[in-house]
Design a protein around this ligand. Structure first.
Ligand SMILES: C[S@@+](CC[C@H](N)C(=O)[O-])C[C@H]1O[C@@H](n2cnc3c(N)ncnc32)[C@H](O)[C@@H]1O
Length: 245
């Protein structure tokens, strides 16, 4: 058993629409209020499933300039890698949501399949956009909500606090409402150590930050998300349990 998940690179692993609703404690109805950006999305099926339900959603990632065959190969390779890493670090996780490792891998496999089925046509329609953080190729306030899962703080040992602050500021720039980020833990399941400094940089640039609970918890203790909005901007979205919009 290891006390951290050792990954040399950011994994090309994706989650489903249903996992996004849980992680970000969102009621589906909030998606009626405007377009949503998944950033970075990797092989997440969030955008594919949201668009199939009639919502407006886009996804961006630094690997979206690759052909779908290469993305499929990377996705399959990283599924196997994560399966092996979970064996070594199973004690770091709370298995309530997935049941067991097979249940977890079932979600990953389903997300990859839905993403790949949608990628080519979605890229042609502007749903999948190449983007390299800390810059985003979108106009100010293009999206009502920006969701960022399993990237920034999770990889706090290979991404600098400056990269985090710039990337979050950029996500806030392209959102007219909120930015939600999950998890706030690293690959050792410990809280990101430079959070206060990063939030101070954001506050100085007019971005309000709040840490809120989420009912989802996979890494033990990862039951909080970061919510960003503009200082003096529109009110936020309510938790999933309450009536929204
Ligand atoms: C673990 S995946 C996140 C998947 C998705 N958010 C989810 O939770 O299902 C992380 C993604 O970050 C992407 N990435 C890494 N560095 C990036 C950068 N500088 N700009 C944009 N995307 C980046 C990787 O290509 C990878 O697809």
């Amino acid at each position: 058993m290891k006390d951290r998940m050792e990954l040399e690179n950011v994994a090309f692993i994706g989650r489903t629409y249903e996992e996004y609703l849980s992680m970000f404690d969102l009621a589906e109805a909030v998606f009626f209020s405007g377009p949503v950006l998944d950033c970075p999305a990797g092989p997440s099926s969030f955008a594919a499933q949201a668009c199939a339900k009639g919502f407006k959603a886009a996804a961006c990632d630094v690997l979206y300039n690759l052909p779908s065959g290469e993305l499929a190969a990377m996705g399959k390779r990283d599924l196997a890698l994560i399966g092996q890493k979970l064996e070594e670090t199973a004690h770091l996780f709370n298995w309530d949501y997935y049941g067991d490792k097979a249940g977890h891998m079932g979600h990953r496999t389903a997300a990859l399949g839905r993403f790949l089925a949608d990628f080519q046509e979605g890229a042609e329609n502007g749903r999948y956009v190449y983007a390299e953080l800390p810059r985003l190729p979108f106009a100010d306030r293009s999206f009502r909500l920006v969701l960022s899962s399993h990237f920034l703080f999770l990889y706090g040992d290979i991404l600098t606090p400056g990269f985090h602050a710039e990337s979050l500021g950029e996500m806030a720039r392209v959102s007219s409402g909120e930015v939600r980020i999950y998890p706030l833990q690293g690959l050792d399941a410990r809280p990101y150590p430079h959070m206060d400094g990063v939030l101070e940089i954001l506050r100085k640039s007019g971005v309000a930050a709040e840490i809120r609970p989420t009912p989802f918890e996979f890494f033990k203790g990862a039951n909080k998300m970061l919510v960003l909005g503009r200082t003096g901007g529109p009110g936020g979205f309510p938790p999933a349990g309450r009536k929204s919009v």
